[in-house]
Design a protein around this ligand. Structure first.
Ligand SMILES: CSC[C@H]1O[C@H](OP(=O)(O)O)[C@H](O)[C@@H]1O
Length: 351
């Protein structure tokens, strides 16, 4: 029996699996509209990932896994192997930076390679996608436990976060936002400062929405205000997610993360990265090897069709940057914590 893991996670969810169809909450429309899209087969999932209906490294991987399951479900009896293979290839092209996508597709491909009939593939690929989803939720809960051990606050603290790493970006609960959620549950959180996260505004549109829904105290700030917030002594930790972590502990995350790490070091504030092991890519030696997605300049020139800049002005829009391991105090995964990450610490946990 294929279940919907989202039904077991508390509160906000990004996706709903029904055994034969996948619904995605359209994150482009939040916070003003809660609209669910039914993905039209694997091609529909590719479109939803590329257009950022669903986004966030773990959520992309989970959605892609469901996309492969849908490909098997919709495949023709004669050509099912070619159709599923093709779907895996198309899904792999949907976004380049978050390694969770490729990790999930590899897991699905392994199952697919051992299937001997279409009905076997349809059943087992759906079950594997659900497992990937469930494991991600469990990893988030485990990471929150580990992170609390690192922070070990004796009294409530305020923290600063960037982008959206919550239930919307994952299989549920969240990575960095899961840690923040746990601090709140333990009454150890005074307030979250949430960077608005230009240009796509994951912070203002998604994080502020998620936290407000759960009555977690949040103050939204322009990205440029982070330095002043840190200088004021208000925050003890900067807590962020990741899209890819390389063998030496370098971290690709939403554009603007690197500058936060520099600022945190200057102000002697802890800098924590929270990500499941599916975000770790030990095949890349360092962050310089990470493919950084460049998105269309329209994301900076306009907001929802409203012109913000001279039409056609040249735009530089890399949507991720790389934070060098040396600026990170702790990488928290469900397998454990790497303090002051380097290749030795990474290998100790991931090889
Ligand atoms: C726990 S999500 C990791 C990550 O995904 C976000 O990117 P995007 O919204 O472009 O998919 C961001 O970098 C988050 O930190």
């Amino acid at each position: 029996m294929v279940t919907n893991p989202s039904s077991r996670s508390m509160g906000t969810v990004a996706m709903r699996w029904h055994g034969d169809s996948l619904e995605l909450l359209d994150q482009r429309l939040l916070p003003t509209e809660e609209h669910w899209i039914t993905a039209e087969g694997a091609a529909g999932v590719v479109q939803c990932i590329a257009d950022m209906v669903v986004r966030g490294a773990p959520a992309i991987g989970i959605s892609a896994a469901y996309g492969v399951a849908l490909a098997a479900r919709h495949a023709g009896a004669d050509d099912w192997q070619a159709e599923v293979s093709q779907a895996i290839q198309e899904l792999a092209k949907s976004r380049p930076t978050a390694v969770n996508l490729f990790w999930a597709l590899e897991r699905m491909e392994q199952v697919f390679n051992s299937c001997d009939s279409l009905s076997d593939a349809a059943k087992r690929l759906a079950a594997e996608a659900v497992r990937i989803h469930e494991e991600d939720l469990a990893a988030n809960l485990a990471m929150a436990d580990h992170a609390l051990g690192v922070i070990s606050p004796v009294q409530p603290i305020s923290v600063l976060t960037h982008c959206n790493t919550g239930a919307l970006a994952t299989g549920g609960y969240g990575t960095a936002l899961g840690v923040i959620r746990r601090l709140h549950e333990e009454r150890l959180l005074t307030r979250v400062y949430a960077d608005e996260t230009r240009p796509w505004l994951q912070g203002s549109r998604l994080t502020a929405w998620e936290l407000s829904r759960d009555d977690i105290p949040v103050t939204l700030n322009a990205d440029g205000a982070a330095a002043a917030i840190m200088a004021s002594g208000k925050v003890k930790w900067v807590i962020v997610g990741a899209d890819r972590i390389t063998a030496n502990g370098d971290v690709a995350n939403k554009i603007g993360t690197y500058s936060l790490a520099v600022l945190a070091r200057h102000h002697d504030i802890g800098f924590m990265v929270v990500a499941p092991s599916s975000t770790v890519d030990m095949s890349l030696a360092s962050g310089i090897d990470i493919p950084i997605e460049q998105r269309d300049g329209t994301e900076i020139r306009e907001i929802r069709g409203i012109q913000l800049a001279p039409a056609g002005v040249e735009v530089f829009n890399p949507v991720f940057d790389v934070t060098p391991a040396g600026l990170i105090d702790a990488i928290v995964t469900e397998k454990g914590v790497i303090r002051n990450p380097d290749i030795i610490g990474m290998r100790a946990l991931f090889s």
